[in-house]
Design a protein. Structure first.
Length: 136
């Protein structure tokens, strides 16, 4: 049996464009999402697949799609099986909001960045979200 007090992941967002978390069919160890300084469990939708948008996709969509802060916790009754797949641009690629998503009503929200992942771990160790450093 899983021990929920000994196994979980720290809160995070993902640096990548997108990541596939797990099938909600498992009904165990589902992701939790913070709101108002409290963590809430994500609802289980039978036969659904959970995808999280990563930080770089939030930048490319100029904030239309959000990269959620989330964490994964275990379930003391059921085993959790997760397959994570991460997709990210080449480190030499420029990541910036798409020009078609910027106008007078929706100004640019993020700076251009190359090799977004380079400083992510250091910023997380300091308790900062890397994407926040790129907000205009």
């Amino acid at each position: 049996m899983p021990n929920p007090s000994s196994c979980s992941c720290c809160k995070s967002t993902w640096r990548c464009l997108r990541d596939y978390l797990s099938s909600a069919r498992q009904r165990s160890g589902r992701p939790s999402i913070p709101e108002d300084d409290k963590w809430y469990r994500a609802p289980i939708i039978p036969d659904a697949i959970v995808f999280n948008v990563g930080d770089q996709l939030e930048i490319m969509t100029n904030g239309i799609y959000k990269s959620p802060m989330h964490r994964v916790v275990t379930n003391k009754e059921r085993e959790r099986i997760t397959a994570a797949f991460f997709f990210a641009p080449d480190p030499t690629s420029v990541v910036e909001p798409a020009e078609g998503l910027i106008d007078e009503k929706r100004p640019r929200l993020y700076k251009k960045v190359v090799d977004y992942t380079a400083n992510c771990f250091e910023l997380f160790q300091k308790g900062k979200r890397p994407i926040d450093a790129l907000r205009i």
